[in-house]
Design a protein. Sequence first.
Length: 94
Amino acid sequence: SFYHPPGGPGIRVDSHIYQGYVVPPYYDSMVAKVISFGDTREQAIRRMRIALSEMQVQGIKTNIALHQELLHDAKFVEGGCSIHYLEEKLNAKK
């Protein structure tokens, strides 16, 4: 029902949706991909935090809040996480 993608330096959004787009009931769960980059990891993380705070999607469930949480997780911010990081984090929440 509402879509506002983020923008700015170091932010790219890949998506096919737009304001007024009707998402079909059997949609692929990745309707948009937000990418941040910077001269350093810290800069890229800061940019993504801002981008996710600007991103607005209403009418369907998103995982924006999960990504915001991950971007404030000390283990992630420190770096060096394994491919099992997310799985372990989600299992610890159960």
